[in-house]
Design a protein around this ligand. Structure first.
Ligand code: ZN
Length: 437
């Protein structure tokens, strides 16, 4: 199966600069080629990958700086653009910006990027134009390299190898009948219908019991699942204030942006680590994992289920929090689908409107907002059933999937198919992960 392996590269100062320049060349190739495609479209014509490649080769004679980038990396840029335009349309594809996107280079052919293991701890990779670069073998490569992407995250450069690990997907999950519904709790990151709580709360981050964080910390709650420690959250807020005061284009501003990026990078890595662990646990234990479908959620769900105080800021905040939550949730879904390939699990998504106020007892099923007594407690107004509110919601999610019919599990790759179901609306929710909307 194809899998990813990411390592931190030990570029020297010269290599860092060169990588930055190569990325700039690719960025300008992308932007020029995109503009060219649009110009053609405006006059009702079309230009494709092959022709753009040919013109690029021509342009290299005239603009020697283009040759600073490895030929295959430049070509890959045009290929990526071609794919993006096919998928999203020429007008929806975005410009590459120096400030908004981290620089990244794709090396498509393994024979141009040989990897050598130096010893138990270190390996090195040869990158065209950049030369040999060492990286710490934090884990074994575990297979044949198919391609690699070199990118910068904050101040460090990383290499992500696409590796064929030679493993085969199991036909059937070890526990073929185990089904679980997963709800994203308001306080806990993920809650299962079996009453398991997955939480990644960093040390003394804003706790459940602690009083509401001060108003200003709301920005720092940019990661309100508690991936930030209290100290980091404080620093984040301070930096944001400093950013607001810094003059545009100043060196001071650049420093602040860099420091903010470092904090958020840490958050991203913690989140990725957390979702990978949850995904591993869930796919190991369950043949079928049911999530809520985010695409339909936005239309129905209320901000959080707590009584929100009036005022624009609150609305703004909950909007932000929800966006962040969605992001984390999407990450979990991607991690689950990836891990599911190794266990034969099936991941599916169901519309989850009103799960927070629906009684999960099959014979009851009463929908009543009053059943949600508090953030944590669900007490059905009809049958008196008492359960943790998030667990109740997870049970509802599981029940909705089961009401939709049996699923054939263990198809190896992403997801499975429902018996007698045309692969229509539902299969889109289960297809290969796509970029978040
Ligand atoms: Zn009930």
């Amino acid at each position: 199966m194809l899998t990813g392996r990411r390592y931190r590269l030990e570029f020297d100062a010269g290599q860092k600069l060169l990588a930055e320049r190569i990325a700039a060349v690719c960025r300008s190739a992308w932007n020029t080629a995109l503009e060219q495609r649009r110009a053609y479209r405006r006059r009702g014509a079309f230009i494709g990958y092959a022709e753009q490649c040919r013109q690029l080769a021509e342009a290299k004679k005239e603009f020697p700086w283009l040759a600073e980038a490895p030929a295959q990396v430049l070509q890959q840029t045009l290929k990526d653009l071609d794919q993006a335009c096919r998928r999203h349309g020429t007008w929806k594809v975005r410009w590459k910006s120096k400030t908004r996107q981290a620089p990244s280079l794709r090396f498509p052919t393994p024979k141009h990027i040989p990897v050598e293991v130096i010893n138990r701890r270190w390996a090195r990779v040869f990158l065209p134009k950049l030369g040999w670069v060492r990286f710490r073998l934090s884990r074994p490569l575990g297979g044949a390299v198919r391609s690699a992407t070199v990118s910068r995250d904050g101040e460090h450069w990383f290499i992500s190898f696409l590796v064929e690990d030679g493993q085969r997907a199991p036909q059937v999950h070890a526990r073929p009948d185990a089904v679980v519904g997963v709800d994203r709790g308001v306080v806990t990151a993920a809650v299962t219908s079996d009453g398991e709580f997955f939480d990644r709360r960093h040390a003394t981050a804003f706790g459940v019991s602690s009083s509401e964080p001060p108003e200003e910390s709301m920005a720092a709650r940019a990661d309100d699942r508690g991936y930030l420690s209290a100290g980091e959250a404080e620093r984040y807020v301070r930096l944001q204030r400093r950013l607001a005061r810094a003059e545009k284009g100043s060196a001071r501003r650049a420093r602040v942006v860099c420091a903010l990026g470092a904090i958020m990078g840490r958050v991203r890595r913690r989140r990725a680590d957390f979702t990978a662990q949850v995904a591993h646990r869930l796919t190991r234990d369950y043949a079928h994992i049911v999530l809520e479908d985010l695409k339909v959620r936005g239309m129905t769900a209320s901000a959080s289920g707590t009584a929100a105080a009036p005022g624009a800021r609150v609305a703004q905040k909950s909007g932000l929090n929800r966006a962040i939550l969605d992001k984390g949730w999407y990450g979990l879904e991607v991690a689950l689908r990836s891990a599911a390939r190794y266990t034969g699990s099936v991941v599916s998504a169901v519309p989850a409107a009103y799960t927070s106020r629906t009684c999960s007892v099959a014979a009851c099923g009463r929908v009543d907002a009053k059943s949600r007594e508090s953030q944590a407690l669900f007490r059905c107004t009809a049958c008196g059933y008492v359960e943790h509110a998030d667990v109740n919601a997870a049970k509802c999610i599981k029940a909705r999937e089961q009401a939709a019919g049996p699923v054939v599990s263990g198809r190896g790759d992403f997801g499975g198919a429902r018996v007698g179901e045309a692969s229509s609306a539902r299969s889109t929710a289960r297809g290969a992960p796509r970029a978040a909307a």
